[in-house]
Design a protein. Sequence first.
Length: 561
Amino acid sequence: MQFEQLPNEILIECFQYLNAPDIFYSFDRLNYRFYILIRNIHLHLNFEQVKKSSFNEFCGTIRINPEIKRNIIYLKLSNIGTCEQIESFLSLFALNEFIRLRSLSFIGTLNYHTEYEQVASMLTLLPNLYRFYAPSWRIEAKAISKTKIQVLILDGYHPTSIYGTSSVTSLRIRLCTVSELLTILNYASMLKYIRIDTINDYDMEDDNNVDYKSDFSKICAVYLKQLHIDYSVTSFRFIELLLKCTPNLKILSIVADYGNDMVDADRWEHLIKSSLPLLRVFNFKFDCPYVDSYDNMLTKFSPFQTDFWYQYNWYINYVIYGERASVYTIPYISHFYTLKPTMKKYNSSPTNVLNEFDNVKYLSLFPSAIRDDSSWYFRNVQSLSLASTPCNHDEDDKYEFKIEHLKKMVNLSNITKLEITKRCAIKLELLFEILEQMPNISSLILKKQITSSFYTNHELCELLNKKIKMLDYSFPTFYNYLKIPDIDWFCKTFSNVEEFHCDIDNVDDVLLILAKCSKLSLIKIKCVDESIYTWFKDNARTFNVYINYKLKPHLSACDSD
């Protein structure tokens, strides 16, 4: 049976997984049946990382066919690398025209405060809006309180602006203080899930004043089941008082990089027994200075290895490196990990747990830590950065690691992004071997100067041309830039790149790249010279490619579209 012969019910099910512009581009002119069908189904409209031409074309389709607006239930707009896409869209359409919208997402910031107010005023006019995602925004809670939003993701709240958000059951905020969190819990009493990227206690009373305890006594977050704190800059006493207000908590995760008083197993055990009877999942990572002797550090960590922890299947390992130590539950909680050659891991779990680093998606790996006898293994890494110690120099190509050893430590098949840092000495032959072992690699970040020998390795150039869709070739400091030695060879090698980040001191080079790299949809440029910046300011909008440009910070702090 051909696709066109499938019944409408199956077609509608399939279309739920497609972006609205792709549906209309593929089926709008196929036949009358599809013409009618795609205008009478729920549509997901995601403009993030969409080409400028596709954005303009579909906005034109909506204007010609205004009935499409009532079918859009999911809308995502982005200002990251897309030349004020949000402002452009809002200049064409009012949000309240999308009356069936259930999920609304804004990526990036707006230029003016009045634009935030414009969006906030329209949220109350969307009766079906269930989810609002704007991780870089602050919107007055009085606007949220008049909606039916239940899933809310924002940059943060002002302590006095949360009143009335009782419909919210799931909340994620980028930054808040302990007192702000208390305000949130006081007025959003139906919360079941909270995730905080960073929390601090800077606004609480000092040690000589105990008034803060009365603030905690007013809170009873009986509905809260999950609490995730990705980065805590608080003392244990505040975490302890907070958790005593959440008697039905089932899942807790917390990371503290300077958590000296957090590394207290007996205190945690007492808190869990007395105040968290339903807690079943507890994930943590606590870092602390390694100032004591090795034996004293073992004594400090050993209470995490008692029967109390094992009865919940909470297994703990720890790492000592340089002047710091880290104790963490298995699997390791964070998505990010840096493996240095001086790090020593001590397995304290009763069994050799294979999934220890399954949560790690972004790995920074020092080549000198790549060894045949390594006890580290990362099987779900998507982004790999090859780092190096400052004592190494760019011209030093003597150090080599073996690809076989790397494969024993990292599953290369899942990696989509590879970064070669400025001080990482790696031969081109080894780079070719690494890329060849990464079937899904599509992004390459080069922080090293490309030399003429780069282009003489034809096998490497062919591989790069075949695999790389995103290239970042920019200098990591403000005062220099990476010069392209042979622009013709460069364009030939990376002719299939769709996204390109670079430093530039010559407009002609950019024009040549735009002409020869026909698949480019986004180019991000740091202008070395102010005259180049001015040229892009006058001409960037004339190209059918998103051009994001800004002046080098040591020249000006002005960003551009």
